[in-house]
Design a protein around this ligand. Structure first.
Ligand SMILES: [Zn+2]
Length: 87
């Protein structure tokens, strides 16, 4: 498992999430602060789930995101491979 590393664009030190608010199921607003005391830069950021890459094994009926272009191509290839042939 990898952890997304937040890096300050000014001094390249790590940043921490001070607080965050859920705007809706797919969007979270976070307030970040640089851990370098000499820098101290802070900003607002957004984390948004935008596309489905792989379907859930426990799908909830109200949760629907568009397929990512890559996942859509992969699904189309699987569909074509399963389709009966004309002869
Ligand atoms: Zn910084």
């Amino acid at each position: 498992m990898s952890v997304y590393k937040l890096v300050c664009p000014h001094c390249q030190a790590r940043m921490r999430i001070r607080t965050s608010d859920g705007v809706h199921l797919f969007l979270r607003v976070a307030y970040l602060q640089c851990l370098n005391e000499r820098c101290g830069w802070a900003c607002r950021a957004q984390f948004e789930m935008t596309h489905e890459l792989s379907p859930s094994g426990m799908p909830s009926p109200g949760i629907k995101l568009p397929l990512s272009p890559r996942a859509a191509r992969s699904k189309a290839r699987r569909h074509v491979a399963k389709a009966p042939t004309a002869d």
